[in-house]
Design a protein around this ligand. Structure first.
Ligand code: DQA
Length: 142
């Protein structure tokens, strides 16, 4: 079983970006934790980050995986294309947000992705990714 973790735009700046909202861990730190836990749980994992909507759509369509974990970042609130790609591929998808998108600006309260996601984790910091990895392991038992 393999999971694909996609990080959307500006998440390459984790650790340097609005630390009071997103914390001090860098994307490398987060990816290391994700890959370590996946290995511990006996799953293959690939991490991917893109600042472009098309790059994310291509990854969803062409990479090999059983469960998608995705933080679409700002595209959460705008992207019909990412939503349609997840629906088209038809694989389980877990939506992750580091911050609680329901506690912030009005425009962040709408997710174009949640309607096609298996579930959503929001507001638990980078721990949310690790909870998603554990949930992915349960969604498709080996
Ligand atoms: C985010 C929340 C989004 O609203 C924001 O645009 C991001 C990160 C989060 O992880 O909390 O870039 O997805």
């Amino acid at each position: 079983m393999k999971i694909l973790i996609i990080h959307g735009p500006n998440l390459n700046m984790l650790g340097r970006r609005e630390a009071s909202i997103y914390g001090n861990a860098t994307l490398d730190d987060v990816n290391r934790q994700i890959l370590d836990l996946s290995r511990e749980l006996g799953m293959a994992a690939e991490v991917f980050q893109s600042n472009s909507e098309g790059g994310i759509v291509d990854a969803i369509q062409t990479k090999e995986y059983d469960v998608l974990i995705i933080n679409p970042a700002a595209y959460t609130h705008t992207s019909v294309a990412i939503r349609d790609a997840i629906a088209a591929v038809g694989k389980p998808a877990i939506e992750v947000h580091i911050s609680n998108i329901y506690k912030r600006e009005e425009f962040r309260k709408e997710s174009f992705i949640s309607g096609v996601a298996t579930g959503q984790i929001s507001g638990l910091g980078v721990e949310g990714y690790l909870l998603a990895v554990r949930a992915a392991r349960k969604i498709i038992p080996q």
